[in-house]
Every structure is written in structure tokens, then in C-alpha cells.
Design a protein around this ligand. Structure first.
Ligand code: IMP
Ligand code: MG
Length: 175
């Protein structure tokens, strides 16, 4: 039989747009006279990043980093490595990391340590979703969109083995 995953809507596009607006307001309030450097984690954060920067209405710079810990599995391997590094200098910059989801926290805590060593003036985390029930490493999220249940979610940039990123809403993947 062909594998047919079931998608159950969790967060619709209007709710996402409202959250993105709110996060942009929160970030703008903190960075009125500054030019932050937004660092997106590829590939999951690219849709969120694209919407967020158009709501920010601030002069800002963008960069992306690609990390790898997953492969095609749904569980973190616990080992993170940088697959594609950053181009922009970090030193003295107000850096905002933009992430799609914080799950065990292993990926983001690795990245925050990696960026801290480059001496930014400030370093904060903006995450669209948080799955606190699965946390293994403690992480503080400065700007958060949604707390989600401990299930696997897809859509709005989030994938399962590279599928479903194009969906405009966020779904729980049931199988
Ligand atoms: P962590 O290291 O366990 O916190 O995993 C974080 C990364 O795993 C995220 O950046 C996502 O790329 C991926 N991930 C974790 N949970 C999900 C999910 O429910 N759907 C899609 N990707 C996920
Ligand atoms: Mg990711």
C-alpha cells in the first residue's frame, strides 16, 4: 500500500500572519535606531524570514546558515554541524536568529554558542514555533510565535524529508 500521510490543520495562514505582525512589532520596538543582522537557519526558516522582513520595515541585513542534524529522520541525531556558513561579519552587530521550530533545543543552542564566539553586540532568538514538551537542552526564546504540541508539524517552510514546505498553513502530520 502507498504511504498516505494525513495532514490535520494546526495553525492557519491568518493566524500565522497575525503572529508574524506581532513578532515584527516586538522586534521593531527593540531595534528602532539600529540595523540588525537577521540570521535565518536553512532551510526551514526561509518562508517565515521572507514574511517577517517585509513586516519589519527596518533597515536590516540578512544572512543564512545551514545546519545539519536530522537527515530524513524525524528525531534529532544530537550531532549538529555547519553545512554552509555565514558571510556577514558578526562582531558588534545586533544579531537576531530566525528559526522555524525549537524542538529538543540541540540545534539552536549549538548555533547560539557558535554565534556568541563571534562577539555580536547582542544576540536574540526569534522562533515561529516552540515544542517545549520535547526539550532536552534549555533555550530562551526572545520572540515566539506559537507553542505547539509534541507532534511533527509541516508546512510554511517546515518539512518532513523535504516534503510539504510549500503549504501556506501549518499541519500536524499523522501517519
Ligand atoms: P532540535 O535540534 O531538536 O531543536 O530541532 C530543530 C530542527 O529540527 C528545526 O530547525 C527543524 O528543522 C527540525 N524540526 C524539529 N521538529 C520539527 C517538526 O515538527 N517539523 C519539521 N521540522 C522539525
Ligand atoms: Mg530548522
Amino acid at each position: 500500500m502507498v504511504f498516505q500521510p494525513q495532514l490535520k490543520i494546526l495553525i492557519n495562514r491568518d493566524e500565522i500572519a497575525q503572529a508574524v505582525d506581532r513578532l515584527a512589532c516586538e522586534i521593531k520596538r527593540d531595534y528602532r535606531d539600529k540595523e540588525p543582522l537577521l540570521v535565518g537557519i536553512l532551510r526551514g526558516s526561509f518562508v517565515f524570514m521572507a514574511d517577517l522582513i517585509r513586516r519589519l520595515d527596518l533597515p536590516l541585513e540578512l544572512d543564512f546558515i545551514r545546519l545539519c542534524s536530522y537527515g530524513a529522520a524525524r528525531e534529532s541525531s544530537g550531532q549538529v554541524r555547519v553545512v554552509q556558513g555565514l558571510k556577514a561579519p558578526m562582531r558588534g552587530r545586533d544579531v537576531r536568529v530566525v528559526e522555524d521550530i525549537v524542538d529538543t533545543g540541540i540545534t539552536i543552542s549549538f548555533l547560539l554558542d557558535y554565534l556568541k564566539r563571534r562577539r555580536p553586540a547582542s544576540l536574540k532568538l526569534c522562533a515561529l514555533t516552540d515544542k517545549p514538551s520535547r526539550r532536552r537542552v534549555s533555550v530562551s526564546i526572545d520572540y515566539l510565535g506559537f507553542t505547539v504540541p509534541g507532534e511533527f508539524i509541516v508546512g510554511y517552510g517546515l518539512d518532513c524529508a523535504q516534503r510539504f514546505r510549500y503549504l501556506p498553513d501549518i499541519y500536524v502530520l499523522e501517519d
